[in-house]
Design a protein around this ligand. Structure first.
Ligand code: CP
Length: 306
């Protein structure tokens, strides 16, 4: 059974294949692709809130001619509320559908339950662990915007401790050549130690910036994240998100060719005054998620994921 649990499964070959397929699906006539997943049924189980991930996965299935059943707010509205284990949920739902897309609050619980699923499971965000399909669409966006996914200087701002999108993206960077990171984050919200070690082993250069301006000065990509207030522990103060975020006043130090990415939702980071700037790529990034997830679903449901 080929589940999608971590970006570690995707090497350069697999990533390039997904990007090429997403590019094709982006411009393909709807009639040409509307039977690609005909007869396939996908379940989306979301134990945490989502706008982009759930709806782009569901749109992707429908655009390819498949169908979807969904448990939104599954923590409250499914039998998990009665104490059913995730392993049992996978056994049951896996008997009804051809694949399961799940967002869950516990990366460990998800990992333990996956072997019990009789159909492929796609991790659509797991606690503060990984969000592999977000990282794939982030890399796709960098490729579309800059024409390459290597030789990059990347400023990473915000909550690097709990931000699962950052964890997955930085893991993807470990397989690319000549990546330099400049990190700027609130005290106590830096990258987990194991991820820093992975970066070092892979030859990714990591510097800690002293200000937003310093992080941005020679960036090709700015990856802005939200402070994950819902995951902060009692003793961790919620800091002013805007202190660790790109603001309109910073645009003058950002190189003209650079691109600003944000997995969204934004809540206090990225002043809307930045939106009209050509370097603001976050809405294009969210759209790219649809095509990338279409490409991934095709591979997963046709058993082509290598
Ligand atoms: N980027 C992302 O995962 O957005 P949602 O939480 O809206 O799915």
């Amino acid at each position: 059974m080929r589940h999608v649990s971590t970006v570690r499964q995707f090497g350069l070959t697999e990533t390039t294949r997904l990007i090429e397929r997403a590019e094709y699906l982006r411009t393909a006539k709807r009639a040409e692709i509307q039977k690609n997943l005909a007869g396939m049924l996908v379940a989306t189980l979301f134990y945490e809130p989502s706008t982009r991930t759930r709806l782009s996965f569901e749109a992707a299935v429908y655009r390819l001619g498949g169908q979807v059943i969904s448990a939104e707010n599954a923590q409250e509205n499914s039998s998990s509320k009665k104490g059913e284990t995730l392993a049992d949920v996978f056994r049951i739902v896996g008997a009804y559908v051809d694949a399961i897309v799940i967002r869950h609050h516990s990366a460990a619980e998800l990992e333990e339950a996956m072997p019990y699923a009789p159909v492929p499971v796609i991790n659509a965000g797991a606690g503060s662990g990984e969000h592999p399909t977000q990282a794939l669409l982030d890399v796709y966006t960098i490729w579309r915007e800059l024409g390459r996914i290597d030789h990059l200087s990347v400023a990473v701002l915000g909550d690097l401790k709990y931000g699962r999108t950052v964890h997955s993206l930085l893991r993807m960077f470990t397989m690319m050549s000549n990546i330099s990171l400049k990190l700027y984050y609130p005290e106590g919200l830096g990258l987990p130690g194991d991820l820093l070690s992975e970066m070092a082993q892979a030859g990714v250069r990591v510097e800690h910036a002293g200000s937003v301006e310093e992080a941005l000065a020679d960036a090709d990509v700015v990856y802005q994240t939200r402070i994950q207030a819902e995951r902060l522990e009692a003793l961790e103060e919620v800091c002013a998100a805007s202190d660790y975020a790109i603001q309109a006043k910073h645009l003058s130090v950002l190189p003209a060719h650079a691109r600003i990415l944000h997995p969204l939702p934004r809540v206090g980071e990225i002043d809307p005054a930045i939106d009209p700037d050509a370097r603001a790529a976050y809405f294009r990034q969210a759209e790219n998620g649809l095509y990338l997830r279409m490409a991934l679903l095709e591979q997963v449901l046709k058993g082509e994921l290598s």
